[in-house]
Unconditional design. Structure first.
Length: 514
């Protein structure tokens, strides 16, 4: 681990009409960008994001993973910051990223007004989190470093010749950067701030950026940082790990002196170092635009009340375009969220008639049939084998997409059947594909405990247990780790016993907002 770490240098219906008359989709290897802007602007944004991905992985010496087209990060560009806040159901955010669903999504505004916190800055911050979680899913990072890391890359600057410079000062955090009296190092490393206190948040993010920058751009200090994170992951308390490398209030003056320099170290990458693949744009069809509002809301997550609102919108779009895969796919998802499983299956059938290789339609067809069979108490192995074929078909089309594999494994629990060895191995493979998914991590931990691989199970659980946002997954992981420490595998499995699924809008433990 040290060698790797040492390299680290409420919702209301969303309007879909805006100034530009058309909605454009940009697509690349890692991103899908959907925006109500010109094709030229969307292509530029998608290109900048793809180049940024390459820059982050180059600086961190990360191997570029294979990414299923279905697992790319989808970025929805909304008209205003207020629209983003409505979508997120939370004031005070300028954009956010979520990995609570089958694929990561992000929402950002088209412009940031007069703020230095631009939409691209927001996206870079959130995508840096995505790279961290997906590349080092088994590593527990303290909150200050997680946020400092994201801020370090958020201010990346594109050069005229296609290069990128990393390490600029986040001017939108200027208030908090030198506030050592309000946010001394010992407070900074003790845990997350009170997010409801805007000034404390500014201090926390500003000081986190400064401490990260200070530690990363010096080889010896970077080694100390790696040792610190390694100590935390070895089970030492944050305080003990910090003491080992001198992360205490005596460091505050040094940090302030460092931050006051006229120039700070940076990492400059030329265009030649940042080759990217093809970036394409296309105009969304009228049917896709009709489905766009409910699609965004569905993917963002809905509770029971909002599901009832979204399904009405989805039905209207599907009625207007009954033979279109996009409207029928959204209808299938909206009906499923409303627990209308027969209607889900019907919509999935219509989507498959329009697009026989639709991954979304295949998984929702299987999910609907599984929900119906579970509710009816069906135990016939042949019936469940037929249901699982939908997930297997989706997996055959997209073999490196984790979601169908996860659904295949979970179907054994729905059927009250013991998962086969093949199903367990499939879920462990999904864990490798999507280490950032906390639900997959928890399921993988259960398998590893069953297999007697207790150390590996703890590795899988720790990023959940130390997640800064509490929830059922976090509580279960903490109980399971305590049981493992007592060498009680049975109690650990009991703690991780599957619980009724959370409401789609309540997946905070798997969501990252910034």
């Amino acid at each position: 681990m040290r060698n790797k770490l040492a390299t680290i240098l409420a919702i209301s219906a969303m309007p879909i009409s805006a100034a530009h008359a058309e909605w454009i989709e940009g697509s690349s290897k890692h991103f899908v960008v959907v925006s109500n802007e010109s094709a030229e602007n969307v292509k530029r944004m998608t290109t900048d994001l793809e180049r940024f991905d390459k820059a982050v992985r180059t600086v961190l010496k990360l191997k570029e993973p294979e990414v299923s087209p279905a697992a790319r990060v989808t970025v929805y560009v909304l008209a205003t910051t207020e629209d983003v806040q409505k979508m997120g159901g939370r004031q005070g955010i300028a954009g956010y990223y979520s990995n609570s669903g089958p694929a990561p999504i992000a929402f950002v505004p088209r412009n940031g007004g007069d703020s230095a916190l631009t939409p691209m800055t927001i996206l870079r911050h959130e995508y840096a989190h995505h790279v961290m979680y997906s590349s080092w899913g088994d590593v527990v990072f303290p909150t200050w470093f997680s946020e400092g890391f994201a801020e370090l890359f958020a201010t990346a600057k594109s050069t005229n010749d296609g290069g990128i410079i990393i390490g600029a000062v986040p001017l939108y955090r200027a208030y908090g950067i030198d506030r050592m009296n309000d946010m001394p190092v010992e407070r900074l490393i003790s845990g997350p701030p009170n997010y409801k206190d805007a000034l404390q948040g500014q201090e926390f993010y500003g000081r986190s950026w400064l401490l990260t920058h200070y530690l990363v751009f010096d080889k010896e200090r970077a080694k100390q940082l790696a040792a610190y994170v390694e100590a935390i992951n070895a089970g030492k308390s944050g305080k003990d790990a910090a003491a080992a490398i001198g992360l205490n209030n005596a460091l505050d003056l040094k940090m302030n002196g460092y931050g006051a320099r006229k120039t700070l170290p940076s990492a400059a990458l030329s265009a030649d170092q940042l080759p990217i693949g093809e970036v394409r744009t296309r105009l969304l069809t009228k049917a896709e635009v009709a489905a766009l509002g409910p699609t965004m809301r569905s993917k963002n997550g809905v509770d029971e009340k909002r599901a009832a609102e979204v399904v009405v919108e989805a039905r209207a779009a599907a009625a207007a375009f009954p033979d279109d895969a996009a409207t029928q796919n959204e209808l299938s998802e909206a009906e499923f969220d409303s627990k209308n499983y027969a209607a889900t299956e019907s919509a999935a059938d219509h989507a498959l008639a329009a697009d026989p290789k639709s991954i979304h339609a295949l998984v929702y067809k299987g999910m609907a049939q599984a929900a119906i069979a579970e509710k009816a108490g069906v135990t016939d192995p042949a019936a469940w084998s037929a249901i699982r074929r939908w997930f297997l078909t989706a997996n055959k089309i997209e073999p490196i997409y984790a979601h169908p594999v996860q659904l295949y494994y979970e179907s054994f629990g729905q059927a009250k059947q013991v998962p086969t060895r093949a199903a367990k191995d499939a879920l462990l493979y999904a864990y490798q594909l999507a280490p950032q998914s906390l639900t997959i991590r928890q399921e993988a931990a259960r398998i590893l405990i069953d297999d007697g691989k207790l150390k590996a199970a703890r590795v899988a659980l720790e990023p959940i247990a130390f997640n800064e946002r509490p929830g059922p997954l976090v509580d279960a992981a903490k109980k399971a780790i305590a049981a493992l420490e007592a060498n009680d595998s049975a109690a650990a499995l009991e703690a991780l016993k599957p619980t009724p699924p959370e409401k789609p809008g309540d997946k905070a433990s798997d969501k990252k907002k910034g």
